[in-house]
Write a protein that binds this ligand. Structure first.
Ligand code: NAP
Length: 297
């Protein structure tokens, strides 16, 4: 079967270009550029890379961006004080705290300290709760990226069976929630699988749309999918690779070469969901500066 490649890298550039055009209009109207702050704790290489990518995207959009760095030994009280200052700062439209945090800091306490109106990652319970009942909110960047991919590639979701593998708070659960909403994209019948699901293939074979967010390379093989499925692979795992300049390569949960010939459409890794996540964070930051969803009902 000839499959369509869902090119997240290309689509993300389109989204960033649209946002940049909006920013130019704001500035022409005498407004300041949207401002995103990233709080980065410690020196985890993957976190450094993710934050650098987000800051580069800010530049492409014409946003102001700031990275606020703390050492691994920052106390929870110090971090909460920094968050309170960002909440109160009128020059900051949105901010993110890059996860994971060191083990001595309670992630949930940090997330709940963020003003929901500036929570452009969409992790605060206020945004998650509003998402679950279909109210305007900041939708997490990865779920929003997935929905945007489906929408912009014109993939009809109504009446389809969507199987989500993974139930994390940042990907699996909100994605399932979005796809079951009475909206388009949405209107799916949704099944959520996880590590306690027996016989995963029994469910994945029933999927019209299969979304995997696990972090296990090669988890999904051709024997686990039906002909004509749409596959969105969120998984990102670094695998050592002697021929890559960086010494590693990024792989998804899906055995791409084996599965792609059976798909109607599929995202690659890298270049699929990852760039759409960053573009969606930019979309949320633009919204925070222009039409905050928490002001709407
Ligand atoms: P997570 O919090 O570790 O969640 C993984 C989920 O997979 C859990 O719900 C787990 O089940 C489930 N799981 C584990 N083994 C399984 C198996 N054999 N069969 C079925 N389900 C299984 O991870 P996450 O934060 O959601 O991230 C998932 C992956 O996506 C990672 O590779 C991450 O790097 C990547 N990611 C990519 C982006 C992007 O922009 N592309 C964004 C975020 C994350 P339990 O709940 O039972 O433990």
């Amino acid at each position: 079967m000839a499959f369509q490649l869902l090119n997240g890298r290309e689509l993300s550039l389109t989204v960033l270009t649209e946002i940049a055009a909006g920013v130019r209009k704001l500035i022409a109207a005498g407004r300041r550029a949207p401002h995103l702050v990233a709080v980065l704790v410690g020196n985890d290489l993957a976190s450094e890379t993710y934050v650098a990518g987000k800051m580069r995207a800010c530049e492409q959009c014409g946003f102001r961006s700031t990275t606020l760095r703390f050492g691994n030994d920052v106390t929870q009280a110090e971090l909460l004080a920094a968050i309170a200052a960002l909440n109160a700062d009128d020059e900051v439209d949105g901010f993110i705290v890059q996860l994971p945090l060191p083990p001595h800091i309670a992630e949930q306490a940090v997330i709940e300290a963020i003003d929901p109106r500036k929570d452009v990652d969409g992790f605060h319970p206020m945004n998650v709760g509003r998402l679950s009942i279909g109210l305007p909110c900041f939708v997490g960047a990865t779920p929003l990226g997935l929905i945007t991919l489906l929408d912009r590639y014109g993939i009809d979701t109504t009446g389809k069976h969507c199987v989500v593998v993974g139930r994390s708070n940042i990907v699996g659960k909100p994605t399932a929630m979005l796809l079951m909403q009475k909206s388009n994209p949405g209107n799916c019948t949704v099944t959520v699988c996880h590590s306690a699901t027996p016989d995963l293939a029994r469910y994945t074979r029933m999927a019209d749309i299969l979304i995997t967010a696990v972090g296990q390379p090669g988890l999904i093989t051709s024997s686990m999918v039906s002909e004509g499925v749409v596959v969105l692979d969120v998984g990102i795992t670094r695998q050592p690779c002697a021929t890559a300049r960086s010494g590693y390569r990024l792989v998804g949960d899906v055995d791409f070469d084996d599965v792609a010939p059976h798909c109607a459409a599929i995202t690659p890794v890298p270049g699929g969901v990852g760039p759409m996540t960053i573009a969606s964070l930019m979309r949320n930051t633009y919204l925070a500066a222009t039409a905050n969803p928490l002001d709407q009902s």
